[in-house]
Design a protein around this ligand. Structure first.
Ligand code: SF4
Length: 383
Protein backbone atom coordinates (compact mmCIF):
# COMPACT_ATOMS: atom_id res chain seq x y z
CA UNK A 1 0.00 0.00 0.00
CA UNK A 2 1.33 3.48 -0.79
CA UNK A 3 2.07 5.89 2.02
CA UNK A 4 -0.74 8.11 0.83
CA UNK A 5 -3.26 5.25 0.80
CA UNK A 6 -2.12 4.21 4.28
CA UNK A 7 -2.61 7.71 5.63
CA UNK A 8 -6.02 7.96 3.98
CA UNK A 9 -7.16 4.68 5.55
CA UNK A 10 -6.05 5.66 9.06
CA UNK A 11 -3.85 8.71 9.81
CA UNK A 12 -3.41 7.56 13.45
CA UNK A 13 -1.97 4.23 12.35
CA UNK A 14 0.56 5.89 10.09
CA UNK A 15 1.57 8.38 12.81
CA UNK A 16 1.91 5.70 15.52
CA UNK A 17 3.82 3.41 13.16
CA UNK A 18 6.24 6.13 12.01
CA UNK A 19 7.04 7.67 15.42
CA UNK A 20 10.38 7.02 17.17
CA UNK A 21 10.53 4.45 20.00
CA UNK A 22 14.10 4.76 21.34
CA UNK A 23 13.21 2.84 24.52
CA UNK A 24 12.25 -0.16 22.37
CA UNK A 25 14.91 -0.25 19.66
CA UNK A 26 17.17 1.80 17.38
CA UNK A 27 15.12 1.13 14.25
CA UNK A 28 12.71 3.51 12.55
CA UNK A 29 9.06 3.53 13.56
CA UNK A 30 7.32 0.95 15.74
CA UNK A 31 8.89 -2.51 15.36
CA UNK A 32 6.76 -4.38 12.81
CA UNK A 33 5.27 -7.79 13.51
CA UNK A 34 6.60 -10.83 11.74
CA UNK A 35 4.02 -12.05 9.21
CA UNK A 36 4.96 -15.37 7.67
CA UNK A 37 2.91 -14.96 4.51
CA UNK A 38 4.44 -11.57 3.86
CA UNK A 39 7.93 -12.94 4.54
CA UNK A 40 7.49 -15.64 1.89
CA UNK A 41 6.45 -12.95 -0.60
CA UNK A 42 9.49 -10.86 0.32
CA UNK A 43 11.77 -13.84 -0.32
CA UNK A 44 10.31 -14.37 -3.80
CA UNK A 45 10.55 -10.67 -4.54
CA UNK A 46 14.17 -10.44 -3.46
CA UNK A 47 15.14 -13.53 -5.48
CA UNK A 48 13.52 -12.01 -8.58
CA UNK A 49 15.40 -8.75 -7.99
CA UNK A 50 18.76 -10.50 -7.64
CA UNK A 51 18.30 -12.73 -10.69
CA UNK A 52 16.91 -9.94 -12.87
CA UNK A 53 19.87 -7.71 -12.06
CA UNK A 54 22.33 -10.47 -12.93
CA UNK A 55 20.50 -11.36 -16.16
CA UNK A 56 20.72 -7.72 -17.10
CA UNK A 57 24.41 -7.56 -16.26
CA UNK A 58 25.07 -10.60 -18.47
CA UNK A 59 22.86 -9.35 -21.30
CA UNK A 60 20.63 -12.43 -21.07
CA UNK A 61 17.09 -11.53 -22.17
CA UNK A 62 15.43 -14.52 -20.46
CA UNK A 63 16.17 -17.48 -18.23
CA UNK A 64 16.26 -19.72 -21.34
CA UNK A 65 19.14 -17.80 -22.90
CA UNK A 66 22.53 -19.61 -22.88
CA UNK A 67 24.11 -16.77 -20.85
CA UNK A 68 21.37 -17.17 -18.21
CA UNK A 69 22.64 -20.67 -17.44
CA UNK A 70 26.02 -19.20 -16.54
CA UNK A 71 24.36 -16.45 -14.46
CA UNK A 72 22.37 -19.00 -12.45
CA UNK A 73 25.44 -21.17 -12.02
CA UNK A 74 27.40 -18.22 -10.62
CA UNK A 75 24.56 -17.54 -8.20
CA UNK A 76 24.60 -21.18 -7.04
CA UNK A 77 21.30 -22.23 -8.65
CA UNK A 78 17.72 -21.39 -7.78
CA UNK A 79 17.59 -23.29 -4.49
CA UNK A 80 20.73 -21.58 -3.24
CA UNK A 81 19.42 -18.14 -4.26
CA UNK A 82 16.13 -18.72 -2.43
CA UNK A 83 17.90 -20.01 0.68
CA UNK A 84 20.17 -16.98 0.68
CA UNK A 85 17.13 -14.70 0.29
CA UNK A 86 15.45 -16.36 3.29
CA UNK A 87 18.48 -15.45 5.41
CA UNK A 88 18.70 -11.92 4.02
CA UNK A 89 15.03 -11.26 4.69
CA UNK A 90 15.26 -12.62 8.24
CA UNK A 91 18.37 -10.52 8.93
CA UNK A 92 16.16 -7.46 8.47
CA UNK A 93 14.42 -8.50 11.71
CA UNK A 94 17.56 -9.26 13.71
CA UNK A 95 17.24 -6.09 15.83
CA UNK A 96 13.46 -6.18 16.08
CA UNK A 97 12.47 -7.04 19.67
CA UNK A 98 8.98 -7.96 18.55
CA UNK A 99 10.21 -10.45 15.96
CA UNK A 100 13.08 -12.05 17.89
CA UNK A 101 11.01 -14.72 19.70
CA UNK A 102 9.64 -15.89 16.35
CA UNK A 103 12.76 -15.77 14.18
CA UNK A 104 13.74 -19.43 14.58
CA UNK A 105 10.19 -20.58 13.92
CA UNK A 106 10.06 -18.33 10.84
CA UNK A 107 13.43 -19.66 9.63
CA UNK A 108 12.31 -23.29 9.93
CA UNK A 109 9.00 -22.56 8.22
CA UNK A 110 10.59 -20.66 5.33
CA UNK A 111 13.30 -23.27 4.86
CA UNK A 112 10.55 -25.88 4.60
CA UNK A 113 8.93 -23.75 1.89
CA UNK A 114 12.08 -23.35 -0.23
CA UNK A 115 10.96 -25.82 -2.96
CA UNK A 116 7.63 -23.97 -3.31
CA UNK A 117 9.27 -20.56 -3.27
CA UNK A 118 11.79 -21.70 -5.86
CA UNK A 119 8.94 -22.85 -8.15
CA UNK A 120 7.23 -19.48 -7.74
CA UNK A 121 10.44 -17.63 -8.69
CA UNK A 122 11.00 -19.84 -11.72
CA UNK A 123 7.40 -19.47 -12.90
CA UNK A 124 7.58 -15.67 -12.76
CA UNK A 125 10.98 -15.55 -14.44
CA UNK A 126 9.82 -17.88 -17.22
CA UNK A 127 7.49 -15.15 -18.46
CA UNK A 128 10.12 -12.40 -18.30
CA UNK A 129 11.74 -11.25 -21.55
CA UNK A 130 14.20 -8.39 -21.46
CA UNK A 131 15.39 -6.58 -24.58
CA UNK A 132 18.64 -8.06 -25.86
CA UNK A 133 21.70 -5.87 -25.35
CA UNK A 134 20.24 -4.54 -22.12
CA UNK A 135 23.53 -4.99 -20.31
CA UNK A 136 25.01 -1.98 -22.07
CA UNK A 137 22.66 0.41 -20.29
CA UNK A 138 23.89 2.40 -17.32
CA UNK A 139 22.25 1.26 -14.10
CA UNK A 140 19.66 3.34 -12.24
CA UNK A 141 20.70 1.73 -8.98
CA UNK A 142 23.87 0.20 -7.65
CA UNK A 143 24.37 -3.45 -6.64
CA UNK A 144 22.97 -2.83 -3.17
CA UNK A 145 19.79 -1.41 -4.62
CA UNK A 146 20.65 2.10 -3.43
CA UNK A 147 20.18 5.02 -5.77
CA UNK A 148 23.39 6.66 -6.94
CA UNK A 149 23.75 10.29 -5.83
CA UNK A 150 23.26 11.68 -9.32
CA UNK A 151 20.16 10.83 -11.27
CA UNK A 152 20.70 11.17 -15.00
CA UNK A 153 18.49 10.53 -18.05
CA UNK A 154 17.97 6.81 -18.69
CA UNK A 155 18.84 5.41 -22.10
CA UNK A 156 17.62 2.16 -23.67
CA UNK A 157 18.09 -0.73 -21.27
CA UNK A 158 16.68 -2.65 -18.34
CA UNK A 159 16.41 -1.06 -14.91
CA UNK A 160 15.46 -3.23 -11.95
CA UNK A 161 14.27 -1.50 -8.76
CA UNK A 162 14.25 1.99 -10.19
CA UNK A 163 13.09 4.82 -7.98
CA UNK A 164 10.83 7.27 -9.79
CA UNK A 165 10.43 10.78 -8.41
CA UNK A 166 7.83 13.33 -9.45
CA UNK A 167 8.99 16.44 -7.62
CA UNK A 168 6.19 18.61 -9.01
CA UNK A 169 3.56 16.60 -7.10
CA UNK A 170 5.76 15.37 -4.23
CA UNK A 171 5.41 11.66 -4.97
CA UNK A 172 7.95 8.91 -5.45
CA UNK A 173 7.83 5.15 -5.88
CA UNK A 174 10.04 2.21 -6.76
CA UNK A 175 9.12 0.20 -9.85
CA UNK A 176 10.37 -3.39 -9.94
CA UNK A 177 11.44 -3.30 -13.56
CA UNK A 178 11.60 -0.55 -16.17
CA UNK A 179 12.49 -1.56 -19.72
CA UNK A 180 13.34 1.07 -22.33
CA UNK A 181 13.99 0.33 -26.00
CA UNK A 182 13.30 2.06 -29.29
CA UNK A 183 10.03 0.15 -29.49
CA UNK A 184 8.97 -0.11 -25.86
CA UNK A 185 8.71 1.79 -22.61
CA UNK A 186 7.45 -0.74 -20.08
CA UNK A 187 7.04 -1.17 -16.35
CA UNK A 188 6.62 -4.58 -14.75
CA UNK A 189 5.76 -5.00 -11.08
CA UNK A 190 6.16 -8.39 -9.42
CA UNK A 191 3.27 -9.28 -7.15
CA UNK A 192 3.61 -12.18 -4.75
CA UNK A 193 0.09 -12.04 -3.28
CA UNK A 194 -3.31 -12.49 -4.88
CA UNK A 195 -4.57 -10.10 -7.55
CA UNK A 196 -6.00 -6.83 -6.25
CA UNK A 197 -7.53 -3.82 -8.01
CA UNK A 198 -5.17 -1.61 -5.97
CA UNK A 199 -2.22 -3.13 -7.85
CA UNK A 200 -3.57 -1.72 -11.13
CA UNK A 201 -3.75 1.74 -9.65
CA UNK A 202 -0.25 1.37 -8.27
CA UNK A 203 1.34 0.70 -11.67
CA UNK A 204 -0.69 3.50 -13.22
CA UNK A 205 0.82 5.77 -10.58
CA UNK A 206 4.26 4.55 -11.65
CA UNK A 207 3.40 5.61 -15.20
CA UNK A 208 2.63 9.11 -13.84
CA UNK A 209 5.83 9.24 -11.79
CA UNK A 210 7.93 8.14 -14.77
CA UNK A 211 6.39 10.78 -17.01
CA UNK A 212 6.96 13.52 -14.39
CA UNK A 213 10.46 12.40 -13.37
CA UNK A 214 12.38 15.20 -15.08
CA UNK A 215 15.77 13.75 -14.08
CA UNK A 216 15.41 10.17 -15.39
CA UNK A 217 12.94 11.06 -18.13
CA UNK A 218 13.56 14.69 -19.23
CA UNK A 219 11.78 14.12 -22.56
CA UNK A 220 8.59 13.12 -20.69
CA UNK A 221 8.33 9.85 -22.55
CA UNK A 222 5.04 8.03 -21.86
CA UNK A 223 4.84 4.42 -20.65
CA UNK A 224 3.25 2.19 -23.29
CA UNK A 225 2.97 -1.09 -21.40
CA UNK A 226 2.21 -1.90 -17.76
CA UNK A 227 2.42 -5.47 -16.47
CA UNK A 228 1.49 -6.97 -13.12
CA UNK A 229 3.46 -10.23 -12.87
CA UNK A 230 1.71 -12.62 -10.46
CA UNK A 231 2.86 -16.13 -9.55
CA UNK A 232 0.88 -17.85 -12.28
CA UNK A 233 0.06 -15.17 -14.85
CA UNK A 234 0.78 -11.70 -16.13
CA UNK A 235 -1.97 -9.10 -16.08
CA UNK A 236 -1.74 -6.24 -18.58
CA UNK A 237 -2.94 -2.87 -17.30
CA UNK A 238 -3.94 -0.20 -19.78
CA UNK A 239 -1.37 2.59 -19.43
CA UNK A 240 -2.80 6.07 -18.91
CA UNK A 241 -2.69 8.45 -21.87
CA UNK A 242 -0.89 11.81 -21.60
CA UNK A 243 -4.24 13.48 -20.76
CA UNK A 244 -5.07 10.83 -18.17
CA UNK A 245 -1.63 11.26 -16.65
CA UNK A 246 -2.29 14.98 -16.21
CA UNK A 247 -5.60 14.26 -14.48
CA UNK A 248 -4.03 11.55 -12.29
CA UNK A 249 -1.19 13.88 -11.35
CA UNK A 250 -3.70 16.51 -10.13
CA UNK A 251 -5.47 13.84 -8.11
CA UNK A 252 -2.22 12.59 -6.59
CA UNK A 253 -1.20 16.12 -5.63
CA UNK A 254 -4.57 16.66 -3.93
CA UNK A 255 -4.19 13.36 -2.08
CA UNK A 256 -0.75 14.29 -0.86
CA UNK A 257 -2.00 17.63 0.41
CA UNK A 258 -4.94 15.95 2.16
CA UNK A 259 -2.57 13.41 3.75
CA UNK A 260 -0.33 16.22 5.03
CA UNK A 261 -3.35 17.99 6.52
CA UNK A 262 -4.51 14.75 8.20
CA UNK A 263 -1.09 14.24 9.78
CA UNK A 264 -0.91 17.86 10.96
CA UNK A 265 -3.89 17.24 13.28
CA UNK A 266 -2.90 16.51 16.93
CA UNK A 267 -3.44 13.64 17.31
CA UNK A 268 -4.05 12.46 13.73
CA UNK A 269 -7.55 11.02 13.37
CA UNK A 270 -8.15 7.35 14.10
CA UNK A 271 -10.44 5.62 11.59
CA UNK A 272 -11.25 2.24 13.12
CA UNK A 273 -12.80 -0.40 10.89
CA UNK A 274 -12.64 -4.19 10.87
CA UNK A 275 -10.55 -4.21 7.68
CA UNK A 276 -8.09 -1.48 8.70
CA UNK A 277 -7.60 -2.60 12.30
CA UNK A 278 -7.32 -6.36 11.76
CA UNK A 279 -3.75 -6.12 10.46
CA UNK A 280 -2.78 -2.89 12.20
CA UNK A 281 0.52 -3.56 13.93
CA UNK A 282 0.09 -0.69 16.42
CA UNK A 283 -3.45 -1.48 17.51
CA UNK A 284 -2.36 -2.19 21.09
CA UNK A 285 -1.37 1.52 21.28
CA UNK A 286 -4.64 2.82 19.85
CA UNK A 287 -7.34 3.76 22.39
CA UNK A 288 -9.89 4.26 19.59
CA UNK A 289 -9.51 0.58 18.73
CA UNK A 290 -10.12 -0.56 22.29
CA UNK A 291 -13.04 1.74 23.02
CA UNK A 292 -14.81 0.89 19.76
CA UNK A 293 -16.31 -2.36 18.53
CA UNK A 294 -13.74 -3.38 15.91
CA UNK A 295 -11.54 -5.68 18.02
CA UNK A 296 -10.21 -8.42 15.77
CA UNK A 297 -11.57 -11.98 15.93
CA UNK A 298 -10.64 -14.74 13.48
CA UNK A 299 -13.40 -16.05 11.21
CA UNK A 300 -13.73 -19.24 13.27
CA UNK A 301 -13.76 -17.27 16.53
CA UNK A 302 -10.78 -19.18 17.93
CA UNK A 303 -8.34 -16.25 18.04
CA UNK A 304 -8.81 -12.62 18.81
CA UNK A 305 -7.92 -9.43 20.67
CA UNK A 306 -9.07 -8.89 24.26
CA UNK A 307 -8.42 -6.18 26.82
CA UNK A 308 -8.43 -7.57 30.38
CA UNK A 309 -8.05 -6.31 33.91
CA UNK A 310 -6.01 -8.56 36.20
CA UNK A 311 -7.78 -9.68 39.39
CA UNK A 312 -5.35 -12.12 41.07
CA UNK A 313 -2.71 -14.74 40.34
CA UNK A 314 -4.19 -18.14 39.56
CA UNK A 315 -1.07 -20.31 39.02
CA UNK A 316 2.62 -19.92 38.14
CA UNK A 317 1.80 -18.76 34.60
CA UNK A 318 -1.91 -18.01 34.82
CA UNK A 319 -4.01 -15.12 36.12
CA UNK A 320 -7.65 -14.52 36.91
CA UNK A 321 -8.92 -11.47 35.08
CA UNK A 322 -12.09 -9.86 33.75
CA UNK A 323 -12.87 -8.57 30.28
CA UNK A 324 -12.64 -4.82 29.79
CA UNK A 325 -13.32 -4.92 26.06
CA UNK A 326 -13.59 -7.65 23.44
CA UNK A 327 -15.84 -7.98 20.43
CA UNK A 328 -17.43 -11.27 21.43
CA UNK A 329 -17.09 -11.26 25.23
CA UNK A 330 -19.14 -8.95 27.46
CA UNK A 331 -17.43 -6.56 29.85
CA UNK A 332 -16.64 -8.13 33.25
CA UNK A 333 -16.78 -11.70 31.90
CA UNK A 334 -14.38 -13.71 34.11
CA UNK A 335 -11.30 -14.92 32.25
CA UNK A 336 -8.44 -17.28 32.95
CA UNK A 337 -5.37 -15.77 31.26
CA UNK A 338 -2.68 -18.33 30.42
CA UNK A 339 0.80 -17.06 29.61
CA UNK A 340 3.81 -18.85 28.17
CA UNK A 341 6.13 -17.85 31.00
CA UNK A 342 5.89 -16.50 34.57
CA UNK A 343 5.03 -12.79 34.63
CA UNK A 344 4.18 -10.49 37.52
CA UNK A 345 1.13 -8.23 37.49
CA UNK A 346 -0.38 -6.03 40.19
CA UNK A 347 -4.13 -6.56 40.65
CA UNK A 348 -5.96 -3.95 38.58
CA UNK A 349 -3.33 -3.91 35.81
CA UNK A 350 -4.79 -3.62 32.31
CA UNK A 351 -3.51 -6.06 29.67
CA UNK A 352 -4.16 -5.94 25.94
CA UNK A 353 -3.86 -9.35 24.30
CA UNK A 354 -3.40 -9.57 20.53
CA UNK A 355 -4.28 -12.78 18.70
CA UNK A 356 -4.86 -14.81 21.86
CA UNK A 357 -6.49 -18.24 21.62
CA UNK A 358 -10.07 -17.86 22.91
CA UNK A 359 -12.06 -20.70 24.43
CA UNK A 360 -15.30 -21.13 26.38
CA UNK A 361 -16.78 -24.18 28.01
CA UNK A 362 -19.86 -24.98 25.87
CA UNK A 363 -21.38 -26.96 28.76
CA UNK A 364 -20.97 -24.30 31.43
CA UNK A 365 -21.84 -20.69 30.68
CA UNK A 366 -20.64 -19.62 34.14
CA UNK A 367 -17.11 -21.02 33.67
CA UNK A 368 -14.50 -18.35 32.93
CA UNK A 369 -13.45 -17.81 29.33
CA UNK A 370 -9.88 -18.96 28.68
CA UNK A 371 -7.42 -16.68 26.87
CA UNK A 372 -4.15 -18.44 26.02
CA UNK A 373 -1.06 -16.76 24.63
CA UNK A 374 0.57 -18.81 21.86
CA UNK A 375 3.69 -18.28 19.78
CA UNK A 376 2.03 -15.63 17.62
CA UNK A 377 0.15 -13.85 20.42
CA UNK A 378 1.29 -10.68 22.14
CA UNK A 379 0.34 -9.09 25.47
CA UNK A 380 0.92 -5.47 26.48
CA UNK A 381 0.33 -3.77 29.82
CA UNK A 382 -1.93 -0.73 29.60
CA UNK A 383 -0.07 2.17 31.19
S1 SF4 B 1 -6.21 0.11 15.41
FE1 SF4 B 1 -7.48 0.82 13.72
S2 SF4 B 1 -8.04 2.92 14.28
FE2 SF4 B 1 -6.30 2.35 15.57
S3 SF4 B 1 -4.48 3.04 14.50
FE3 SF4 B 1 -4.84 0.93 13.89
S4 SF4 B 1 -6.07 1.06 12.00
FE4 SF4 B 1 -6.20 3.04 13.04
Amino acid sequence: MSTSAEIEECPRRWALGAADYPALWDGRGYPPRLQLTALAGSVVHLALEIITKQLKRAGAPSQDHPRATQVLKELGGYTNIVQECVERILRRFADNPRALPLLEHARRTLRGQVPTLRTRVQAMLARLHLPSGASTAPSASDSTGQQPPRRTPLTNGTYPEVELRAKSIGWKGKADLLVLSNEACEITDFKTGSADEAHKFQVQVYAVLWRLDDELNPTARVIDRLVLAYDSRDVEVVPPSAEEIDALAKDLLARRQAAEAALAARPPAARPSADACRYCSVRHLCDAYWTGAAQAVSDDGRFGDVELRIVRQHGPTSWDAVVVRARELSANTPVLLRLQQPTTFKPGTGVRVLDGALARDPEDATAPAIVTLGAFSEAYRVE
